[in-house]
Ligand binder design. Structure first.
Ligand code: C5P
Length: 296
């Protein structure tokens, strides 16, 4: 018997970052959106723990740990009561790309474990387990469009009836999230304790109009990410020249995302960028959080 859970990549429509807290984490005020780039995780009971990972060439499968340090195995170590498990992950979300691919796998493992063992735990219990695993893991469970506060783990759903078309351009080499946060601290030693609020963005989201949303997209980690990887600035300019309403770094990068006016425009921007960039992925959001696609 096995259970397969599908979990989506996220982008941050707004990422306000404040000065680091005493525990080293940064206070965030962020708006997440889940988009239709997914990892599938299949879980079954086995004689011993194992993890295999497969994915398309743009996913650096060899760079993903398959031991107990993998976030899916850490999730199971938190919740499993003695059983060993075989885990298979089919990855589509770029690795170390600022799209919460690891968090998606952690959320998928928690949900798959709950369903495989028919535990039927409450959302509150699963969200608390998720928050212990990482700042973005609760959002990977919730999906849709949501506001994240605290260190990102305090998640509140936002009604979002829009259909937003994106073009996603991963980089071949990832960026370390802690390194990007450290660089933010270097560039902004006087950052306010309170991160910037997404007031304008929330109003724009409610209109469903991409032109209005484009004007309010905001990412405080964009500047440090571009400072570490100047070629990201070139990519953003290029995507906008190809017709995107707005390009930005996704989360801590280096993946960049481009908001487009609609499906046709996204396909045209993707075609234009494909002339130069190897991997260009049109995507739509919002989509559901982690969910079972195949019960065993
Ligand atoms: O919570 P998560 O494991 O995803 O965080 C990875 C790293 O990113 C943290 O160890 C920290 O360096 C940085 N981080 C941060 N502030 C946040 C979230 C993450 O400084 N709100």
């Amino acid at each position: 018997m096995s259970v397969t859970v599908r979990a989506a990549a996220k982008i941050n429509l707004h990422l306000g970052v404040g000065a680091p807290r005493e525990d080293g984490f940064h206070p965030l005020d962020t708006v997440y959106q889940a988009i239709d780039l997914y990892d599938d995780l299949t879980l079954s009971v086995a004689g011993e723990d194992s993890l295999t990972v497969a994915g398309p060439p743009y996913v650096d499968v060899d760079g993903i740990p398959t031991d107990a340090s993998n976030i899916a195995m850490r999730a199971l170590a938190e919740v499993a009561c003695g059983d060993a498990h075989a885990v298979r992950i089919s990855k589509r979300v770029p690795v170390a790309g600022g799209m919460a691919g690891g968090s998606a796998d952690g959320a998928a493992a928690l949900l798959a474990h709950d369903r495989l063992h028919v535990l039927d735990q409450s959302d509150e219990v699963l969200l608390a387990q998720a928050a212990r695993l990482g700042s973005d893991v609760p959002f990977s469970l919730v999906g849709g469009t949501a506001r994240g506060r605290g260190r990102g783990e305090v998640v509140e759903r936002i009604e979002d009836l829009g259909t937003w078309w994106w073009v996603v351009v991963p980089a071949s080499v990832g960026l370390s999230t802690p390194e990007v946060y450290r660089h933010f601290d270097r560039l902004h030693p006087d950052a306010p304790a309170q991160p910037a609020e997404p007031t304008g963005l929330l109003a724009a989201l409610a209109t469903g109009e991409p032109v209005r949303l484009a004007r309010t997209l905001h990412n405080d980690l964009e500047e440090p990410a571009i400072d570490l990887r100047p070629e990201l600035g070139t990519l953003i300019e290029r995507g906008e020249a190809e017709g995107a309403l707005r390009g930005m770094v996704s989360g801590s990068g280096p993946t960049c995302v481009f908001l487009c006016a609609g499906r046709d425009e996204a396909m045209a921007v993707a075609a234009g960028l494909s002339a130069t960039y190897d991997v260009v992925l049109p995507a739509v959001g919002p989509v559901a959080g982690a969910h079972v696609v195949h019960p065993g």
